[in-house]
Design a protein around this ligand. Structure first.
Ligand SMILES: [Zn+2]
Length: 127
């Protein structure tokens, strides 16, 4: 098992897949229901990691860790964030251009193969 530095407390620990040490993981596990509850009790408030950390009197890094691990994706509404929207759009564009690139790369590979065969044939003649 790999040794990792816990990104929350800096302690070195043996990882079984997570990025945080067992201590921090236990703390986050306890924090998560509180955060969810707080979000549920205040459905009309726009939260970010700073305001949440303030109101729950906890470390902003703990909240951020929950977000990073995807725990709060559905709870903190980030659809309104233009930067997120932009990133999603970019990801879609990237995906479709990737598809196009793959298609044309496949075509080029075919062309290159026949071109290579021609060249190789010519080179062979010169020898
Ligand atoms: Zn830790």
């Amino acid at each position: 098992m790999p040794l990792l530095t816990c990104k929350l407390c800096g302690k070195i620990f043996t990882s079984s897949g997570g990025r945080t040490c067992p201590d921090c993981h236990t703390r986050l596990d306890g924090l998560y229901p509180k955060v969810r509850e707080h979000l549920r009790d205040n459905p009309k408030t726009d939260f970010n990691v700073d305001t949440l950390a303030n109101e729950l009197e906890t470390d902003v890094r703990d909240i951020q860790a929950l977000v990073d691990m995807g725990y709060l994706d559905r709870d903190i509404d980030r659809r309104a964030d233009p930067e997120t929207l932009n990133r999603q759009k970019l990801a879609q564009e990237f995906e479709s251009s990737l598809k196009q690139m793959q298609e044309s790369a496949a075509q080029r590979a075919q062309n290159a193969a026949s071109y290579g065969q021609q060249r190789y044939g010519e080179l062979n003649k010169k020898k």
